[in-house]
Ligand binder design. Sequence first.
Ligand SMILES: [Zn+2]
Ligand SMILES: [Zn+2]
Length: 256
Amino acid sequence: MWVSILGCSGGIGPGNRTTSILIDDDILLDAGSGVGDLQLQQMCKVKHIFISHSHLDHIAFLPFLVDSIFSQIEEPIQVYGLPETIDALKKHVFNWVIWPDFSELPNKDRPVMAFNVIQPNQSIKIKKRTIQAVAVDHVVPGLGYIVTNEAGRTFAFSGDTATNDSLWEALNNLPSLDTLMIESGFPNSHEALGKLAKHYTPNTLAKDLCKLKHKPHLLISHLKPGMEIMISEQLHKVLNGYQLTCIKSGDSINID
Ligand SMILES: [Zn+2]
Ligand SMILES: [Zn+2]
């Protein structure tokens, strides 16, 4: 199973793309600005998009993706999210004001995009991979996703979250966990802001990681631009027993 990090930054700027992860060549987790680096033929291979939550940095390029492949695909792209996420996409993005409603285009019977509601703990099997939704705690309703391949190897993605129990409980229920992509959006000095905006800091993440019985490779994402070095140093200090990588757009990992 290939995991390609198209975007994982907490902002924009040279080399920075917002959250989007390509699993093999057909599944996206989130559709932030990282999607803009895909070639047209790569975009056409994407069949399923799992959205973690409705924030703009996780959905910004979904409208452009659907528009770009509009005349190229035969089957609708399946978009999954919590009911609140799907409602937000319909009401605030695909509302004919910000962007056309591609779930009705070119016609309602055969649209280019279809919305699917997914609930926490629900699993969806796509070819030989299973994607399980997991509740997290963010300022809007949010999900993380656990992707398991046929060999039982597992990649988990936290989405945006602050301290919670649901993610760790779901991860502890797995027989094993190879790789965990988890956010640490702010440095320790911004802990109050982290609490308000519901993002981890190195200290709050380290505290929550004590709940985890596995010892996965940690891929740290969502670092605020300009604070990457500070956050990375703090993480290495508090998580020194872990294999830990502050990832960047363009990184890819083979999990087999
Ligand atoms: Zn968010
Ligand atoms: Zn975010």
